[in-house]
Design a protein around this ligand. Structure first.
Ligand SMILES: Cc1cc2nc3c(=O)[nH]c(=O)nc-3n(C[C@H](O)[C@H](O)[C@H](O)COP(=O)(O)OP(=O)(O)OC[C@H]3O[C@@H](n4cnc5c(N)ncnc54)[C@H](O)[C@@H]3O)c2cc1C
Length: 394
């Protein structure tokens, strides 16, 4: 089918940013044809919940914030093209083509293709028993692996995703080692003092930690499972499975970077417009304004993806809505702890600690201005601190 000449909207990606764009278009009275392209066939899922499903803590249906059918799209009159990734977006021809060879001519396009886990190309990186964790499909695969009752797991990447997997294995009684090339846990979000407390608590719960250890290679063991070598010169780590939580990359392989400007993600203005006329981008595939630094960066947060998707939809429908920016933050509950890392925890001129036997709070200032915070077990204060930061910056 080629819809040349017809006014159609193409949306690349079927995640949360895509849904919010569709909703905003229809709420604004836009009745053009909307075509959503999805690499996978499952309904939009919440990546934050995938590890809970794999652990058996939530039902399958709970992973899908808009329901476990495609109703959120079909109820809005969307035409779906699922199970085949978009392989080419041509700005010059104003077309989108997917892996099945289907081409659609578009009037406007939203790129909402999210991000994918990045596994560096170390020897053995493409072997069996190496698991990424992001999509609902990843969760289904991991759940199947867990049914084989592994005894030991290796989690590479001491990130927010990595710690969720540590929690999963600990909960299931599987011995777990957490490794990272960084010298501590949550290297981007936690101050060394706060990280040290978290690490001590994890060790006391039996989690093995291996820091300043970059993964160098993985071999399959004859008896099954893997053996991983690290740069710290220590003994290899043996495990039944390896979870790769090393980082993510924006899904932008289908764009021509001479047509659409991109760095770590697609560059957008405050209306979510890319450098190509009529082409917008939202969510983890694009950059957003970091209110603290004033720089553009990929902000991999669910609320940000929702916000950018909605703003893109409103502007595509001819309304005017602007993105004001975001303060990068991490709020994570794991192993009985609530960790909150907001804003800047490295580049500060003054710090202040308020700790007692049950609470830990550390605030960072540039001059007299609050620029970041770390908290443990203080979930209720988090919103207050974030609002305080935003108030200072807007
Ligand atoms: C384990 C985990 C925990 C997280 N925890 C938190 C948290 O605590 N708090 C928080 O705010 N955020 C968290 N996040 C981040 C949050 O989930 C993301 O920021 C958000 O889901 C991004 O939404 P999106 O729509 O931009 O992208 P995605 O959810 O990645 O959706 C993009 C969709 O596009 C599809 N796609 C990709 N390429 C193509 C293509 N070429 N053609 C067609 N379709 C394509 C993908 O298959 C995918 O379904 C977490 C993420 C993970 C993985």
């Amino acid at each position: 089918m080629d819809l040349s000449g017809k006014k159609a909207i193409a949306i690349i990606g079927n995640g949360i940013a895509a849904v919010e764009c569709v909703k905003a278009l229809r709420q604004s009275g836009d009745d053009r044809e909307i075509h959503v392209f999805g690499a996978g066939s499952l309904p939009p899922y919440n990546p934050m919940l995938t590890s809970y499903y794999a652990a058996g803590k939530i039902e399958y249906a709970t992973m899908f914030p808009y329901g476990d059918s495609q109703g959120i799209f079909t109820d809005h009159g969307v035409i779906l093209h699922l199970g085949a990734p978009v392989t080419k977006l041509s700005v010059k021809e104003r077309t989108v083509t997917n892996a099945q060879g289907f081409t659609l001519s578009f009037d406007q396009c939203l790129i909402a293709s999210g991000a994918s886990p990045f596994i560096p190309p170390f020897p053995g990186s493409d072997g069996k028993n190496i698991y990424p964790m992001r999509t609902a499909e990843d969760a289904i695969r991991l759940k199947a692996a867990l049914e084989k009752k592994p005894k030991k797991a290796l989690v590479v990447g001491a990130s927010m995703v990595g710690i969720k997997l540590v929690e999963l294995f600990h909960h299931l009684g599987v011995a777990v080692c957490l490794a990272d090339m960084a010298p501590r846990i949550f290297p981007l979000a936690a101050h060394p003092d706060c990280a040290a407390i978290i690490e001590e608590r994890l060790r006391s719960m039996g989690v093995a930690l291996r820091f300043s250890a970059g993964i160098e290679g993985v071999e399959a063991r004859p008896e099954g499972g893997i053996q991983a070598r690290f740069s710290d010169g220590g003994p290899p780590e043996e495990a039944d499975l390896l979870m790769a939580c090393i980082g993510v990359r924006a899904n932008t392989g289908f764009i021509d970077r001479t047509e659409i400007e991109a760095r770590q993600g697609i560059l957008v203005d405050r209306y979510q417009r890319t450098s190509a006329p009529g082409v917008f981008a939202a969510g983890d595939c694009c950059m957003g304004l970091n209110l603290l630094t004033g720089e553009s960066q990929v902000i991999g947060l669910l609320a940000n993806a929702r916000k950018q998707g909605r703003i893109a939809g409103l502007n595509m429908a001819g309304q005017e809505a602007a993105y004001t920016g975001e303060i990068p933050h991490n709020i994570t509950h794991f192993m009985g702890m609530d960790f909150i890392g907001i804003g800047e925890v490295k580049d500060y001129t003054r710090e202040e600690k308020r700790c007692d036997s049950t609470h830990y709070a550390q605030f960072f200032y540039r001059g007299d201005t609050l620029c970041g915070a770390n908290m443990l077990d203080n979930l209720e204060d988090c919103g207050v601190i974030k609002n305080e930061l935003v108030k200072q910056l807007l």
